[in-house]
Design a protein. Structure first.
Lengths: 283, 295
């Protein structure tokens, strides 16, 4: 669009301010993690890496980290399976109730996390009569992670045509061979992107986790939540926070690269919108 | 593997292929069985049970949950001013956050979609995506320290003789607007990307000023995308209880559910129905406005 120079400069300035606003809290917590004083006064008197070594030495942090990774990996595996199956049905077939399936998949993230959390916790404790544990968290996470895998795979299936699968069958491949040699390779990167996003989503989820976790278990975000009201622990909490940011951002960056390589954001029509939709599907 | 084994295996595959061939319903059915079971039985089932639980009560003496069909929870939701105020405060904040985010997000999304170079566009998308995915809790925690008495905000405002908002409702509005901003930017960006540049050129060729093109062409076409973004900002605000707890003392739907769940599960269930009802109404309106193609 043709804008006057002044209008463009103004707009650019606004975008700059917007980005500064978006990044300010991340920078601030990054600096606090190196704060040499236990007191949270800005600016920090001097910097130290003490809190990071304390965080790495802490057993409870290490355990919480392992718990988060475990929950993330299992929830991702379940979401990968269920999301891909649903996506293949919706992306390749026309059937009654197709819209309902896509709606159902989106529902767990369209509704506030607290609703999913309370509903699942209520079912576990009141109907099934089981006590909350770690697997109940995994079930909760898998439920809202399905959508990110689903979105990625559906978008990929939309971009490729079903006729290559028919061709494979015509050439004598059985369904499994067609899946293994034709369908799977064409959606490999979409699966990888979906899995990375699902893991990232699970890794720092706290709301559903709060309601579905058993007493005595802690994921990393729950550890942070338990410790942030203790002034003594706060510097370590900040260091852990920085670690959490890094662990959740790396998979997202990789997923973004994977999607863009296959004609995502930068590649032409529809791709941009679809990919943005794929990655916006968060808590 | 011997040739025979291969032959046997192939024929088993063929048999399976034969079974599925020309039976699309069977194919769809077997693909959907597991995901549908999970989402319908477990998830929808849980929502259904939640609805039923809302009719249960708690024995005031023993604290035991009594199953039955009582309207008690709904009555107190409607009749007690405290709860009316909590619901109203939450919905009001959600609306305020949504409007704030739309106002901030639109120019940024517009720059990304229609002004920035190809490279700049790709960079900006990554720049917006990264913070969206970095831990929600960590961002709230950072705001908590920034807003504290000795925090960055007061430090920056002090030379100007000003004082930050501190903890409270303003802080909740500020932090939530911050948290959900990327959720608004990205759908609007995607929506603006879909508007062909030729349409804008045509408007300009026909003599429209940039402002008129914006108001008469771009804004109406991008509006459904704004509504799509607002689904996220609205829903996320309705359910949040961490932000509310970390930067204020006020009661919102989220933290009221969280605090009543241990003592009065049925009431928590009834309260959790409020965001569901509000969101269903909201999604209904959003659908009418054509937002679903943009989610």
């Amino acid at each position: 669009m043709r804008l006057s120079r002044r209008a463009e400069a103004l707009l650019r300035g606004f975008v700059g301010l917007g980005l500064a606003f978006i990044y300010l809290p991340l920078v601030v917590i990054g600096i606090y993690a190196f704060n040499s004083s236990r007191i949270l006064k800005w600016p920090p008197p001097s910097l130290t890496t003490e809190w990071f070594s304390k965080a790495f030495e802490s057993d409870s942090v290490r355990e919480a980290l392992l718990t988060s990774v475990e929950v993330g990996l299992i929830a991702t595996a379940i979401a990968l399976l269920l999301g891909t199956l649903a996506a293949m049905a919706v992306g390749r077939y026309d059937f009654f109730g197709r819209e309902t399936i896509s709606f159902l998949v989106i529902l767990p993230i369209a509704l506030p996390g607290i609703v999913t959390g309370v509903a699942l916790s209520n079912t576990f404790t009141q109907v099934l009569g089981v006590s909350l544990a770690l697997w109940t968290v995994i079930v909760g996470h898998a439920t809202f992670c399905i959508v990110v895998v689903y979105n990625n795979v559906v978008a990929r299936l939309r971009r490729s045509s079903g006729s290559i699968e028919e061709a494979s069958a015509d050439l004598g491949a059985d369904p499994w061979q067609t899946f293994r040699f034709v369908t799977f390779p064409s959606m490999k990167t979409a699966l990888a992107a979906g899995a990375l996003l699902a893991f990232a989503l699970s890794f720092d989820e706290i709301i559903v986790t709060t309601f579905t976790i058993g007493a005595g278990e802690e994921t990393l975000p729950i550890w942070i939540f338990h410790n942030l009201f203790r002034p003594k622990e706060l510097p370590i909490v900040d260091a852990v926070a920085v670690i959490v940011i890094l662990i959740s951002i790396i998979p997202v960056y990789l997923a973004h690269r994977l999607s863009s390589e296959e004609g995502g954001v930068t590649g032409g029509k529809g791709g941009g919108a679809a990919e943005v939709a794929e990655v916006t599907a968060a808590p | 593997m011997t040739t025979e084994a291969v032959a046997v295996k192939r024929s088993a595959g063929r048999k399976l292929a034969g079974l599925f061939h020309g039976r699309p319903r069977l194919q769809v059915g077997s693909l959907l069985a597991a995901p549908a079971a999970w989402l319908v039985v477990l998830y929808l089932g849980s929502l259904g049970v939640l609805l039923i639980t809302a009719f249960w009560t708690v024995d005031p003496l023993s604290g035991e949950v009594i199953q039955g069909w009582s309207l008690e929870n709904f009555e107190s939701l409607v009749n007690e001013p405290v709860y009316r105020e909590i619901v109203w405060r939450t919905v009001r904040t959600a609306a305020l956050v949504t409007v704030t985010d739309a106002i901030i997000a639109f120019p940024i999304a517009f720059y990304m979609a229609k002004v920035a170079s190809r490279r700049g566009k790709a960079l900006l998308v990554v720049a917006i995506l990264m913070p969206l995915w970095s831990s929600y809790l960590v961002k709230v925690l950072s705001w908590r320290t920034m807003l504290s008495e000795n925090g960055v905000i007061n430090w920056a405002l002090e030379p100007l003789g000003l004082h930050g908002p501190g903890y409270g409702l303003t802080a909740v509005w500020l932090v939530m607007s911050y948290l959900w901003l990327p959720y608004m930017i990205l759908p609007i960006y995607a929506g603006l990307e879909r508007i062909p540049n030729s349409l804008i050129s045509a408007s300009e060729d026909l003599g429209a000023s940039p402002f008129t093109s914006f108001r008469r062409v771009i804004l109406p076409l991008a509006f459904p995308a704004v509504v799509a973004g607002s689904i996220f900002t609205f829903s996320l605000t309705l359910g949040d209880f961490i932000t509310v707890r970390l930067v204020s003392n006020s009661q919102f739907i989220g933290n009221t559910i969280a605090s009543s769940i241990t003592n009065d599960l049925p009431f928590a269930a009834a309260l959790a129905l409020v965001p569901i009802v509000v969101m269903i109404a909201y999604l209904g309106v959003a659908r009418k406005l054509g937002a679903f193609e943009h989610v």
